[in-house]
Design a protein around this ligand. Structure first.
Ligand SMILES: C[S@@+](CC[C@H](N)C(=O)[O-])C[C@H]1O[C@@H](n2cnc3c(N)ncnc32)[C@H](O)[C@@H]1O
Length: 219
């Protein structure tokens, strides 16, 4: 994240991230939001317990609806990829190159990449985190207003992760998981006689040849 910006944690639940930002003085302003009362109550308790209530603005908001438009470091973490895409779709102020998005989909990260690229955002960095034996992508993105070509297999694994490790790193585990998902979708596409499956198939082959550790772990 960029330091000393105006951070917003959308879907904060227990408010752990905003509390961490406040305790460590990492942001200028901090907004913590959630759509539901229970999580807002959880976050309030966390902030009181950690003595940071005066440093965080707690907001009830469906997605980015009520987030002030001076927020420029926006976290949307721990939700499904489709919901994250819907939240981004509904907001205008994030379509600005000064706004930084940090997104961590629990599922369907391919939907998030497709949304970002189709809507003229650039993904500048990606990495993976591992929690409880599961791996998740963390996607950093900015609006550029420019359209660029990306292969349909890039939706699944992105273009910025490092898959070059030999030991099953979180990135390699993620690549294996996503390649399996892409292969399963290809089978569905074949049944529907969708000709686009050939392009994805060819790109998967290239990807496996480029990263032997991924190929090895797919067996
Ligand atoms: C699984 S929790 C994730 C909490 C935290 N962000 C994390 O990563 O640990 C998802 C949270 O998103 C909230 N949420 C779901 N839909 C939302 C929406 N449209 N706008 C804001 N928050 C939403 C839920 O109420 C819940 O508190």
């Amino acid at each position: 994240m960029r330091l000393r910006r105006n951070a917003a944690d959308v879907g904060t639940d227990h408010g752990y991230l905003p509390a961490f930002l406040a305790i460590n003085g990492l942001a200028e302003k901090i907004y913590a939001s959630d759509v539901a009362e229970g999580p807002l109550e959880n976050a309030k308790k966390t902030f009181e317990k950690l003595n940071v209530s005066d440093k965080i603005n707690l907001i009830k908001s469906d997605g980015l609806e009520n987030i002030p438009d001076d927020a420029d470091e926006i976290f949307i973490l721990g939700m499904g990829g489709f919901l994250i895409s819907e939240i981004l779709f509904d907001s205008k102020f994030i379509r600005n190159s000064s706004v930084h998005l940090i997104l961590q989909p629990m599922t369907r990260s391919e939907d998030v990449r497709k949304f970002l690229w189709d809507n003229l955002f650039e993904i500048d960095r990606e990495c993976c985190v591992e929690d409880g034996g599961r791996v998740y992508a963390v996607i950093s993105a900015y609006y550029t207003g420019k359209k660029e070509y990306h292969s349909s297999f890039s939706y699944y694994v992105g273009e910025k992760m490092d898959f070059s490790g030999l030991i099953p790193s979180p990135e390699i585990k993620y690549a294996v998981k996503q390649t399996k998902i892409a292969k399963a979708r290809i089978e569905g596409m074949k049944l529907e006689k969708d000709g686009n499956c050939r392009e994805i198939e060819e790109n998967i082959k290239k990807f496996e040849n480029m990263y032997p550790a991924v190929k090895e772990n797919l067996k």
